[in-house]
Design a protein around this ligand. Structure first.
Ligand code: ATR
Length: 281
């Protein structure tokens, strides 16, 4: 008798991952018979763990920190968006046994902003804080949405300049450090630094956010992140964390694996009520 199709998320640490819950809810909602587990896999065991998972019949994987670049290098073939971000969060085994790598993070962010929160990126003045892997993953989809202008600010200015130079073929990006932001205002500020994870904040002037401006932290937690709190303190129209993006990127992975698009709102609502606060409203 054939068992359930098996999926998993690999990462390190992985204990607090919400992905098993999200995919279980998607599966129930769409009546798909599947199993999704979380497995702690350190970088040095990535290759053997992925190979073992697929050779034992696993159908698809999510990869999270610190494995996304390794997954990109591992995949036999990659989508264009994975290639641009040089990171893969979703692996799927194809009929010919080759492993396809995709990156659904950027698309998850855009869906959360536009569909769930009604935030238009077109003609907006957008600031991204940070120039690491998280920023790289969202640059292309943001530029595709025709912002008025896009500024990349990073503590280490050179990293921002390097990313801007690499992506300039897709649209105009200006690189700077935080001090250079003096006097400027933005309709949307996205925090792609890892500062929130340590309850820290880049040095941001109080007048950086335009009236009716929106703040979005790619990170999320069981309480509002330091950047979400900064947005609230600075009268953001909405100050959101990355929980919606997490569910949306998962929905896109689910679609890649199962060919069915689950509804995300009921799942976002369940996760919001589990942590007893709704960011940004
Ligand atoms: P990744 O693996 O995602 O690339 P990373 O290289 O550690 O992670 O990048 C994290 C990002 O957060 C970088 O932009 C980093 O700034 P630097 O390039 O100057 O290191 C930024 N970052 C981390 N902690 C920060 C803090 N306390 N203030 C401002 N920026 C911070």
């Amino acid at each position: 008798m054939a068992g359930k199709d098996r999926y998993a998320v690999f990462g390190c640490p992985i204990k607090h991952s919400k992905s098993p819950r999200i995919h279980q809810l998607f599966a129930e909602q769409t009546q798909q018979s599947l199993e999704y587990t979380a497995q702690e896999v350190p970088a040095e065991r990535f290759r053997e763990s992925v190979t073992g998972f697929f050779s034992r019949g696993g159908k698809g994987l999510n990869c999270t920190l610190p494995l996304k670049e390794l997954a990109w290098a591992f995949a036999d073939l990659t989508t264009k968006r994975a290639e641009l971000s040089r990171a893969v969060n979703t692996l799927v085994i194809q009929d010919d046994d080759r492993i396809l790598g995709d990156n659904t993070d950027g698309c998850g962010l855009i869906t959360d902003l536009k569909v769930n929160h009604g935030i238009s990126l077109k003609n907006s003045r957008i600031l991204i804080l940070g120039a690491g892997g998280a920023c790289r993953g969202i640059l292309a989809p943001i530029l595709e949405n025709s912002p008025h202008h896009l500024i990349l600010a990073n503590r280490t200015r050179q990293r921002a300049s390097d990313l801007a130079a690499e992506f300039c073929i897709l649209g105009d990006i200006e690189a700077c450090d935080f001090a250079d932001l003096k006097g400027q205002q933005f309709d949307l500020i996205i925090n792609a630094t890892s500062a929130s994870l340590n309850d820290q904040l880049p040095p941001l002037a109080d007048d950086l956010l335009a009236r009716e401006g929106v703040c979005y932290d790619l990170a999320y937690g069981n309480k509002p992140t330091s950047f979400v709190r900064w947005g609230m303190d600075n009268n953001a129209k909405k100050s959101l964390d990355g929980l919606g993006m997490l569910v949306e990127q998962a929905a896109e992975a689910f679609f890649l694996w199962r060919g069915i698009r689950p509804q995300t709102k009921p799942v976002i609502d369940v996760l919001h009520s589990a942590r007893r606060f709704v960011s940004g409203v």
